[in-house]
Ligand binder design. Structure first.
Ligand SMILES: [Zn+2]
Ligand SMILES: [Zn+2]
Length: 380
């Protein structure tokens, strides 16, 4: 019997592969351990200092890093898998960095909870992930690495694909984090929140695999124009950059367009987003695959008719609400006052804690910042 998404949210089936990743059936793997540990899923925070807790959780994440090549023809792979930039170092990160650094949004963990913070990172590390071998990182992306963006279907495809790969790699790491928790604490598999976390990560991966195969098929057939793309140029340089992929929940009128628990939809597809500064301008590229016209056609029609000011306002929301893979110039952070910085971090937090939204709206702090604001760039 195959369980649908609703049923899968309720329980782990005895005969499905065990969530710990062993490839044995749940019944013959962690099930008995889970029963023995039932009711003992909470850890005793008293034993932890804040810095130890932060250290442990950061370490759990670091331990999940892994190397893979997401290039389409594995037989062409050449060693090594290197730490590849999702956002080009020389063309883009160079423009927004100061003294070789940019900011990203990270979190500090304490007993009180998780607090978002700005974290300074070297531009050589920003947006890197172990997702391509040396050969594919160079060969596959030539048309966007070596040539200016002119809006060709192949370039749109490559930008979309690279943003997707960065997020895909993170999703696998997220799943591995959950697996590590399950191994330490099998009883999570009998708790509603344990099942929920595992299933959300699992649905994410299942959808990503389908989307990866679509990229692969389109690439092999040269069908780069299967992507529907909106390209917009701004006449000034922004001080941030993003390359990402995520599923948008609502359209501009607030109508729901994606629901991860829906059993009717085949998958929850992503849109692909790249925003970066160029000489005296900014390039914005938004795409989705036309196979998912039924999901995104309306939204893209709505976006298309926005003037620059409204588009900026919408993207300001989209970027911070849906991804942490955004890199900010120190110039941008420095040009914000404390209220704006707080608003940015707390608005970012609402994507994980939706119940915070109302609080921020009441305090007039919900998305009260502008990523697109102009700063004084010192030309070196
Ligand atoms: Zn197991
Ligand atoms: Zn490769």
């Amino acid at each position: 019997m195959v369980l649908n998404k609703f049923e899968r949210m309720e329980k782990i089936d005895s005969y499905e592969p065990c969530p710990c990743g062993s490839e044995k059936n749940f019944k013959f793997c962690c099930y008995q351990k889970a029963r023995n540990g039932k009711g003992k899923t909470t850890i005793n925070l008293e034993e932890y200092t804040d810095s130890r807790l932060h250290h442990e959780i950061t370490k759990v994440w670091d331990d999940t890093d892994f190397k893979v090549c997401l290039g389409f023809n594995p037989e062409e792979c050449k060693p090594l898998i290197k730490s590849a930039h999702a956002i080009q170092n020389n063309r883009i990160l160079n423009r927004i960095s100061e003294d070789g650094h940019v900011y990203t949004i990270s979190s500090t963990v304490s007993k009180k909870g998780i607090d978002p913070v700005f974290k300074k990172v070297s531009k050589n590390k920003a947006s890197t992930f172990f997702g391509f071998c040396d050969y594919h990182d160079t060969e596959l992306f030539k048309q966007i690495e070596l040539e200016d963006y002119v809006g060709s279907p192949l370039q749109n495809f490559l930008f979309a694909f690279r943003g997707f790969c960065l997020e895909y790699h993170r999703k696998i790491r997220k799943m591995n984090t959950i697996r590590n928790h399950i191994k330490k604490n099998p009883a999570l598999l009998l708790e509603p929140f344990g099942i929920h976390n595992y299933r959300v990560a699992q649905f994410d991966i299942e959808d990503s695999i389908i989307e990866y195969e679509i990229f692969k098929e389109d690439y092999s057939n040269g069908k780069f124009d299967n992507l529907v793309t909106i390209h917009r140029n701004l006449n000034f340089e922004v001080d941030f950059a993003i390359s990402s992929a995520f599923a948008v929940k609502d359209d501009l009128l607030g109508n729901e367009i994606n629901n991860i628990f829906s059993i009717e939809s085949e998958i929850v597809p992503n849109i692909y987003i790249n925003i970066f500064p160029i000489e005296d301008g900014t390039t914005i590229i938004l795409s989705y695959n036309k196979r998912y016209d039924n999901v995104y056609n309306q939204l893209f029609e709505q976006i298309k008719v926005l003037d620059d000011d409204h588009l900026i306002k919408y993207l300001n929301f989209l970027v911070i609400n849906y991804t942490e893979n955004v890199f900010l110039s120190p110039r941008l952070i420095d040009s914000m006052d404390k209220k704006q910085k707080d608003s940015l971090l707390q608005s970012f937090q609402t994507s994980m804690l939706p119940e915070k939204t109302l609080e921020l709206i009441i305090e007039d702090q919900y998305f009260k910042f502008n990523l697109f604001q102009k700063t004084n760039k010192v030309i070196n």
